[in-house]
Design a protein around this ligand. Structure first.
Ligand code: PBG
Length: 333
């Protein structure tokens, strides 16, 4: 690199006009980067607002299909489906998780039929289905790792049978990626992808999501800290990601997003994997409230997404996906 100092080198020359700034932009957000998480509930022709996430709804399956079609028309490549299960259908072991006629599987079938080219992502974890809201099953008050993994294998296969393309284990049990890969292969789903929530932290930023899916009010003292990672840890995240890659993950995720950009950057640099960031519910709600109340301009939303790209994300799960996709389409007119 040529080393010149001021006044020969004036970095502000690169910022003088929109055209120069755009020519020299190192990263950009495109519609191809967006994954849209959507919530589904039982019923017909209904959209239920989520109080903690203004502008986000739980959709009955028919409405969800409409949203999926909107995703396709906006050029969004993938949606992630999260169910809110009626409390009466939950039990200690999350029995409904492995049922091929459960809400998620029916939603996947409906979306698959209506939108053949859209990638569908499903969470693998028991929390929407367990009465206590944990991602796994409890034995003597402790989350039992291997027993949980055996159930997650069945949950993943049920979702693949329904037509899910990308299985996203978000449970943080040890060994689940390898086990799920084997189960999918054995069931004839060698082409179904695994997007591992590889470095998933025990985060208060999931609060609004837990309200959205009606899980997590009765987790008990440690919450999910015995399986989700401690926010203090960076090197451990690299070990988690390395293990998941070895076990067969096709893509990895860091979650939450914005407070964890250092982890995202290091993961991308270290492993060179397709790497995704989840801008989680709390991040969405903070930005949404600040923008809606005039504390920040809406540009803050695009800025946040751009920063994910700069940090190394190949894609971003974001509740802003349809807004951003429409905005990008407008801009390119
Ligand atoms: C469930 C799951 C959670 C999220 C995605 N999958 C919550 C949790 O682990 O408690 C959070 C998503 C968000 O906050 O937007 N395993």
């Amino acid at each position: 690199m040529v080393q010149q100092t001021f006044p020969h080198t004036r970095l502000r020359r690169l910022r003088q006009s929109a055209s120069v700034r755009q020519l020299t932009a190192e990263t950009a957000v495109s519609v191809n980067d967006l994954i849209w998480p959507l919530f589904v509930i039982e019923g017909d022709n209904h959209q239920d607002p989520i109080a903690s996430m203004p502008g986000v709804y739980r959709h009955t399956i028919d409405k969800l299909v409409g949203e999926a079609q909107r995703a396709v028309s906006l050029g969004i490549n993938a949606i992630a489906i999260f169910p809110k299960i009626d409390a009466a259908l939950k039990d200690e072991v999350g029995s409904l998780a492995t049922d091929e006629t459960n809400l998620v599987c029916r939603a996947v079938r409906a979306v698959r039929a209506a939108c053949p080219g859209l990638s569908i992502i499903c969470d693998v974890a028991l929390d929407p289905f367990t009465s206590h809201g944990h991602d796994g099953v409890l034995q003597d008050g402790i989350i039992a790792n291997d027993e949980t993994v055996a159930i997650l294998q069945q949950q993943a296969v049920a979702q693949a049978r329904a037509g899910c393309d990308i299985i996203a284990p978000s449970d943080m049990m040890d060994g689940r990626i390898g086990a799920i890969r084997h189960a999918l292969d054995d069931a004839g789903f060698a082409d179904v992808l695994i997007l591992s929530y590889a470095a998933k932290y025990a985060s208060a930023f999931y609060g609004p999501f837990r309200d959205a899916v009606g899980a997590g009010k009765s987790l008990g003292g440690d919450g999910k800290k015995t399986y989700q990672m401690a926010p203090s840890n960076r090197q451990e995240a690299m070990r988690e990601i390395a293990m998941d890659i070895q076990e067969g993950a096709d893509m990895v995720m860091v979650k939450p997003g914005m407070p964890y950009l250092d982890i995202l950057r290091e993961a991308k640099t270290t492993f060179g994997m397709p790497t995704f960031a989840y801008q989680v519910s709390g991040e969405y709600s903070m930005l949404r409230h600040a923008v809606d109340n005039g504390l920040m301009s809406a540009e803050a939303i695009m800025e946040a997404l751009l920063c994910f790209k700069r940090a190394g994300a190949d894609g971003i799960l974001t509740y802003f996906a349809p807004d951003i996709a429409s905005h990008l389409a407008e801009e390119s007119k």
